[in-house]
Design a binder for this molecule. Sequence first.
Ligand code: SF4
Length: 322
Amino acid sequence: MDSINNDLKNDLTWSSARYSTLLRCEKKYYFQHIGGWGGWDKSAPDLTQEIYHRKYLTAVHPEIGLLVHDRIACIFDRALTGHSPNVADEIRKAQNAFVTFIRRSVVRPLDAVTRKSRKLLRDELGQPLTDQAVAALTEHIEVLLKGFFAFADVKALLEHPEDLIPQLLDPQNFAIGHELGVPARLRTDIVWVTEDSVVVGDWKGGRPSPSHRDQALTYDLYVRALLQLPPEETVEVRFYYLGEQKIATFRFTDEERELHKWQIGEEWETIKSYSQSPTINIAPPEKFRARVTKSCAECSFQSICPEFIRQHRNQVVVEAEL
Ligand code: SF4
């Protein structure tokens, strides 16, 4: 993106990730969602440009997650047009994409980092992956994709892709909707219809987490509203843990849905309270407090965060004095 499009707006939206970032560190929220707006334009202030590029510094496992999700979406897209996947080919494509990303990441300058051209934070910090680490991660991609193909549901869907709802197959450009009662950009990995329910599937590269229940509830609310399902219709959410070959299955009651919708409304009010506009994300940086913790080590903005730099310097001085 080379110039500012005047029609672009930094829309204020709810997401569980946004709310979590706000709770963990307000300043990181500012950097991630407000401070870099317009920074794709070379005439924007230097700091705005730097924040914009830093937003797209990434970590290894989220990047592998994206690659694996993209590969799986392609596999089902092709299945819808009658093509059966070759397991070895699909694994090789994902592994090649990862190795290419790693090679480019190491040499990519910060001012070339964008949403589509990401870079590992560790490369920006001068701590590139070793060859052994890249080899181990490439093997991990194989484990994840072999795990994917081993699920009985995946085998059945590849044989009967007509059960899928194509528009809910990992869409890439998703607009703001109000299915949860608040503005949000939502998407699903995969949704299909069985004899007795609508099933929402989600591919997980990591381990089960207590937060996944809330994510499943959000999917339930979203798909019910989007497909205008009657209350008596059964929606089942299934999380597929590719590495562990486990499935977590969720079905919710009306009461659980109501409570979750209320929680989302509360989180939305909190997000809104930080913005000067109820629809556009805009606020001065001084409104956002830094919270320096161990998780700063994973923060893409540590090099431009005064509080982190101050504490880090103190730490170096103390170590030097010992
Ligand atoms: S470095 Fe730490 S304190 Fe600074 S913005 Fe990032 S998470 Fe917040």
